[in-house]
Design a protein around this ligand. Structure first.
Ligand SMILES: Cc1cc2nc3c(=O)[nH]c(=O)nc-3n(C[C@H](O)[C@H](O)[C@H](O)COP(=O)(O)OP(=O)(O)OC[C@H]3O[C@@H](n4cnc5c(N)ncnc54)[C@H](O)[C@@H]3O)c2cc1C
Length: 407
């Protein structure tokens, strides 16, 4: 893989960098979304879209630019360099949009896709339930057919961004519980529909980024079905594989990529004693190398995906590595602040390293836990014998065809 820019790519990079410099800094100062800055971040996404920086690889007919994967990598790198916040609509752009492109009807594609890119409509993933996380085939939310559509009843949990989302992709049971993953259907849920209640949950970072979502007799039209009735598992797999692919990376989108790491460490060095400076520099070098290795692994996967097909189980490598890296980078960041880390806040009011350190455990769970990722890698990539599966009750059953590992 040649990773240097061609003359055309180099020109593209200059244009992207200039666009970000001219537009983004005046728009946003904070890296994370919160209920207070959703409108600003939506506007920022629309500005980035107008500059061709969102959905560059999406086909033109769906609002994309029909560009190359290398262009997307250049955009990612330049956004990291500028320490830009993550797209508020990343879940729509990275997970739900690709599922609509793969499984949606023509009507769904023309109705939803462009608004996902512009940031006009934000999407969330309504998969997990109190009894169905890793074992996603245990989903108990029910969808009952009516004369002209469906009625949805159940509870979802840990739904990132559901409180500022316009739509969600929900997985619901349309067959019997014994059918496991064969009895599931995916639905597009209008988050403002009567019967949808969203309750934010506070994390240890202090932010409320994810939610409980209650679905009480929510009426859905017939065209809310995404994919085929009973084929929701296929939609879920597309979304999960894209999730691992999108989440796995060098930590840039979480404020812990090589760019942010270098600038934050540089700021802290003058305050450190000579002896601790050496230790910090060693750990910094190790984290920086790991971040770069994650970026290269991600780039390799992206370049393979660009040759056709969906991201496969290989995305689990990046997801697993990033979970570990973020924990390591978070500890390094806190150690830069010494004992004051317990109280520290940056001059701009943000607790950058505290956020990285406290979000790290959550990131390694989201989209599949490390144990589940290791099972995928062992069984599907390395071809090792499967883990023994214990069947205690339908709710506790895990099997290669049923767990969130997508096997
Ligand atoms: C920050 C964050 C954001 C999230 N965002 C969303 C979202 O937007 N939408 C959404 O639907 N969900 C979301 N989730 C939920 C997430 O996908 C689940 O938490 C995850 O799949 C784990 O499921 P669980 O919490 O039910 O844990 P469980 O499945 O109960 O797992 C508990 C423990 O058992 C282990 N375990 C389970 N099965 C196996 C197995 N087969 N082999 C070995 N070990 C196993 C797990 O690894 C874990 O250590 C989010 C979670 C977090 C933390």
């Amino acid at each position: 893989m040649d990773i240097s820019d061609s003359p055309e790519e180099s020109t593209f990079r200059v244009t992207v960098r200039q666009f970000i410099e001219d537009n983004l800094h005046s728009l946003v100062s904070s890296r994370g979304a919160s209920a207070d800055n959703v409108d600003t971040l939506k506007h920022a996404q629309s500005v980035l879209y107008s500059g061709g920086l969102v959905g560059v690889t999406w086909p033109k007919e769906y609002g994309g630019a029909g560009g190359t994967v290398v262009q997307q990598l250049i955009i990612n790198e330049e956004l990291d360099r500028a320490q830009a916040p993550r797209l508020i609509g990343w879940m729509g752009v990275g997970l739900c949009g690709p599922a609509i492109i793969t499984h949606g009807t023509g009507e769904q594609k023309s109705r939803y896709l462009t608004n996902i890119l512009t940031g006009e409509e934000i999407w969330c993933q309504l998969f997990s339930e109190p009894g169905a996380g890793s074992d996603l085939a245990a989903v108990a939310t029910k969808a009952v057919p009516t004369e002209d559509g469906w009625v949805l009843r159940g509870q979802k949990v840990w739904n990132t961004g559901a409180h500022w989302s316009d739509y969600g992709v929900a997985l619901a049971r349309t067959g019997s519980p014994e059918d496991r993953h064969r009895g599931l259907t995916a639905f597009v849920v209008d988050m403002s529909a009567p019967g949808v209640t969203v309750r934010p949950l506070r994390e240890m970072t202090g932010h409320a980024a994810f939610n409980e979502v209650f679905l009480e007799d929510v009426e859905l039209p017939a065209n809310a079905v995404l994919g085929e009735v009973g084929q929701g598992w296929a939609v879920a797999l597309t979304m999960l594989m894209n999730e691992r692919f999108v989440v796995g990376g060098d930590g840039s989108t979480y404020g812990a990529g090589p760019g942010a790491l270098t600038s934050e460490v540089r700021k802290a060095l003058p305050q450190l004693s000579e002896s601790s400076r050496e230790l910090v520099l060693q750990e910094y070098a190790a984290c920086w190398i790991e971040a770069l290795a994650c970026r290269m692994t991600g780039n390799r996967l992206i370049s393979r995906v660009s040759q056709g097909g969906e991201p496969g189980p290989e995305g689990s490598v990046g997801k697993l590595a990033l979970g570990a890296l973020l924990k390591r980078v978070g500890s390094l960041g806190l150690s830069l602040q010494g004992e004051t880390a317990v109280f520290a806040a940056a001059p701009d009011g943000t607790n950058h390293w505290q956020n990285v350190a406290m979000f790290a455990p959550g990131l390694s769970l989201a989209g599949g836990t490390p144990e589940v990722m290791k099972n995928i890698l062992g069984e599907r990539i390395l071809g090792l014998p499967p883990e023994p599966r214990v069947t205690a009750s339908p709710a506790l059953t895990t099997s290669p065809t049923a767990s969130r590992d997508g096997a």
